[in-house]
Each structure stands twice: as C-alpha cells, then as structure tokens.
Design a protein around this ligand. Sequence first.
Ligand code: ADP
Ligand code: MG
Length: 311
Amino acid sequence: MTKPLPDAAIQIQGLTKTYSGKTPKQALKGVDLAIPRGSIFGLLGPNGAGKSTLINIMAGLVTKTSGQVKIWDYDIDRQSRMARSAIGVVPQEITIDPFFTPRQSLELQAGLYGVPKGERNIMDILAVVGLADKANAYARSLSGGMKRRLMVAKAMVHRPPILVLDEPTAGVDVELRRQLWDQVRQLNARGVTILLTTHYLEEAERLCDEIAIINHGEIIAQDTTQGLLALFDAKVLEVRLDQTLDKVPELLAPWQPELRGNKLIFSYRPSQSPVNEILRAIRHAELEITDVSTKESDLEDTFVQLTQDAA
Ligand code: ADP
Ligand code: MG
C-alpha cells in the first residue's frame, strides 16, 4: 500500500508551547504553518522568537502544549514513529563523539533508527556530504565544516524526505556558509524538502523559495521570497545638489524629503510615485543635481518593518 505524496511536507495548526517554571514562558502562541513538499523553506526570526522550540517539537525533543503537527501527513501524537522516520533534524549545536569515525557515527545512528544493516548505504551518504575520504578518520580530526556536514549525514541516515536544519550557519565563516548552502541546494535537487531556521536575512533571501517570519512566538508573514520582497513597496532616492539648502523647496514638500546639507533623501513607494516624477519636481524647483542614487528595499527592510509593527 503506497500513500499518495502529501502537498504539505509539514502541516502545523494552532501550535502552542508554554515552558513551565517560576515564570512560565509562552514560546509559541498558536502557530499555523504549511511547508510545501519539495521546497527550501526558511523560518526567519530574531533570537528568542521560538524557532528552536518549533523545530524541537517536530523532532520529538520538546512536548507541545497544544495544537496539531503533521509530518509527511503523520500526526506526531498518533503516528509518532512514522512521523519521526519522515524527518531528519540537525540541531543548533554540534554534538559529535570525538572518538568515533564518521562511518562509526553513522552506523550507530542507523542502528538507533532501526535501519537494517543491508540497507544502510553509509558510504553513499558520506559521499553526498563530501566526506567519503574521511570515513575512517576520527571525528576530532575533522574541521568545523566537516563536523557540520557529518551532522547533516547523521540526520539523513534513515533517508527521510524532510531535512530540518536549525541555524545551520550561525557563527560560521562566509566560505563555509557558501558550502553549506550548496549542500542544501543539492539535497533539495534530489527531492528532499528542506526547512531551515535562520536569523540571517541574506541566507533566507538567497536560499529559500518560501519564507515565514516568526516573532515573539507568532508567524507574522508567510509568502514566497519574491512575494515577501514585493510586499514591502519602498525605495530610497538620494539626490545630491550643487548647493546647500536651508529648507525643503515648496515644490518638493509633497514627498517630505529629509534635508541633509546638500542632499535630499526621499523615501517613496515606487507603485505610487515613480522616480521620474520626483526628478521632474526637482528640476521645476530649479535645482542642479550633481549625483543620484537609489537603494532597493530588501528583506532586511521588510523584516525590520514587520517585527516593529508586531512589537
Ligand atoms: P529561537 O530559537 O528563535 O532563538 P527559542 O525557541 O530557543 O527561540 O526560544 C523561544 C523562547 O522560549 C525564548 O524566550 C526562550 O528564552 C524560551 N525558552 C526556550 N527554551 C526554554 C526552556 N527549556 N525553558 C524555558 N524557556 C525556554
Ligand atoms: Mg534557536
């Protein structure tokens, strides 16, 4: 009996989590999320937003307070074993036993997941993460980047269709970050759905097809990366003049530019006032332009705006 493939690799409804303690902390406040099968999905949010809590609930490491989580259509409460086998989680911290070789680590992990000896393909998995030639080296002799890749291999040892990476590039140098991005893209090209958390906007923008932004335990936006960028319809135009003004000319007042010496800085919405209208008005005001530059809004602006609105 084969099950039809689910549209959503992960489906979350009304998920809440309150950590008990002297001062109980509500880390998730009713999260709804659908992660399309086959996507590279980014869960983006500042530190403390609830990203790891969400991931750890999926991984079975944290118990939820309420709500429903389905992984590959398996409910984590009612079909926990199946749900667990459909997902591989790479936690935020590197946890590798220094005295095992990569091959031994993977054999051990495969054993934990009950993968039969004849079906383990350990060498294939090591090849996928570029560690085939390190199969028999002690883990302590691996570089930081190699250790991260070994963590990915461990998470993939039972061949789950979904791979979850919690802040895979936090505190990692630029070179290694690029390597990890390549790795993620290659796994995705092989059909693996990827969920990653990050607080790096550039990472989400470069790597992800779709992004959800989480802040204070709530999803405040979810869209395709393009859609999210378009949501924020704003640009900045900086105009340098051949003279210093002491007040904004009447003709330019509608745009409320900021005056900084010989510079006028316009924040505008391209959909409402095209840049040539602004430039025409400047010429009508009989001002001589010596230089012009514009700044695209990026995910950073969107993020700052959305997280401020929600604060
Ligand atoms: P993120 O991964 O986005 O940085 P976390 O999920 O780690 O966020 O944390 C969300 C909130 O829950 C934070 O306020 C954090 O302090 C709190 N928190 C996380 N883990 C625990 C825990 N084990 N006990 C109590 N509070 C926790
Ligand atoms: Mg975290």
